[in-house]
Design a protein around this ligand. Structure first.
Ligand code: NDP
Length: 295
């Protein structure tokens, strides 16, 4: 079965590379040079437009920044709808928003194309290793059709409900991730300012009840070392946090802590820019405290 993959960004690239190992692959990327570079390293064909990419595909996978970006590819003579055949399976791995996924699904259903939202978690390392968590929203029968393709890069693949359910749990995960990063940034700089060496202090936290994925995995590898790699843009985490808080607003719930997470994530994005990595808010804490969390 042939697969079309659209969106070769930081995480789309390693996901598509794993698909190419199991399936004939056609790729498309807005910035064509990225697709050409990918094709030099991977067995695949590069399409000149979204329509061309999907014309002969049995399965289409997208991994763009937002649901709106996916919607922007639907129309026009070179758009997805011009190329999609009835019976195609469309899996959107974008961390999208539930309303956007439902709009996309309705447009595709008019053409006889089945849709599932399939956002992922596990980072670029997880994509390379094929250990992503995949959160799926859609019809149960569509989920069963999708599973073998999602297994190219996913380890835990969970059906969570109707279209948009994958987006919902992804957004909830992201607001918790942001809360962890922001709170740990404040706490670690306070710890260092108080005179505790960063590595020793973190070792204790990670053997105690204050630990988290961020403290156990991300901070030792990326902050203590001073490596600060760019693997996931802070702008995208801000987008995700916004999706979560919009959902919470729609539910009429009062979540003052999570509201603060939204405000602080937004402020960090404004201060650090569109290309900053999601851990860089910790640099703002370091600057404010006049210390560095290294060791
Ligand atoms: P990047 O910013 O690295 O890449 C974004 C991709 O989307 C690029 O291929 C870009 O094309 C494309 N794109 C954006 N807007 C449009 C548009 N309007 N039309 C066509 N193509 C467009 O993002 P990531 O790869 O990091 O993230 C992709 C998705 O996966 C996001 O929803 C993100 O939240 C999610 N995600 C990312 C993770 C990570 O660790 N990076 C982890 C889990 C989820 P171009 O090359 O031309 O700019």
């Amino acid at each position: 079965m042939s697969v079309a993959f659209l969106g070769l960004g930081a995480i789309g690239r390693p996901m598509a590379a794993r698909v190419a190992v199991r399936h004939p692959l056609v790729v498309w990327n807005r910035t064509a040079a990225r697709a050409q570079e990918f094709a030099r390293q991977t067995a695949c064909r590069v399409a000149g437009s979204p329509a061309e990419a999907v014309r002969e595909a049995d399965v289409v996978m997208t991994c763009l920044s937002t649901s709106l970006d996916v919607e922007s590819l639907l129309d026009g003579p070179e758009g997805l709808l011009a190329g999609l055949r009835p019976g195609t399976l469309f899996l959107d791995c974008t961390s999208g928003d539930p309303a956007g996924s439902n709009r996309i699904a309705r447009r595709l259903a008019e053409r006889g194309v089945a849709f599932a939202d399939c956002p992922v978690s596990g980072g670029t390392n997880g994509a390379e290793a094929g250990t992503l968590t995949v959160m799926v929203g859609g019809d149960p029968a569509v989920f069963e059709r999708a599973r073998p393709y999602l297994e190219c890069f996913g380890k835990l693949i969970v059906h969570l409900g109707a279209i948009g359910a994958g987006d919902t749990i992804k957004a909830i995960n992201q607001v918790l991730l942001a809360a962890n990063i922001l709170s740990l940034g404040e706490a670690l700089t306070a710890m260092v300012k108080a005179g505790v060496p960063a590595r020793a202090g973190l070792e204790v936290l990670n053997a105690s009840s204050g630990r988290s994925f961020v403290s156990e995995s991300l901070v030792p590898a990326r902050v203590l070392t001073g490596a600060w790699p760019n693997t996931f843009r802070l702008a995208l985490m801000d987008k995700d946090v916004g999706i979560a808080l919009d959902l919470i607003d729609q539910l009429g719930l009062d979540t003052p802590l999570l509201d603060l997470v939204r405000d602080r994530t937004r402020a960090a994005r404004a201060a650090l820019g569109e290309q900053a990595d999601y851990l860089e808010p910790i640099k703002l804490n370091e600057r404010a405290a006049g210390v560095e969390v290294r060791g």
